[in-house]
Design a protein. Sequence first.
Length: 114
Amino acid sequence: MEKITTIGLDLAKNVFQIHGIDLSGKTVVRRQLHRGEVLRFFGGLPPCLIGMEACGTAHYWGRELSNLGHEVKLMPPAYVKPYVKRGKTDAADAEAIAEAVGQPPGQDLAAVPD
């Protein structure tokens, strides 16, 4: 498996969706994780950038993933929305988060294609 450099993590109550890409932007992993599998999965990965939408539990998960050596960035949902390419699904959200977190801070969202 290629080295995962960036992961978009869509948080939910019980089943989380991840979308991992490599340095070239190619999708390397796309899967669901149950709440109990999250720390085990990320603990087995080399440090990478993890993006999440800011929400009630994002700070908890951010601390836990940071403790495993990952760089975690929280983003407001409005920042991620322009990157959603298709219908509102957890998989589409995770892909959009992975794309959005890799953009330079302060990028003009109006320039992002729909």
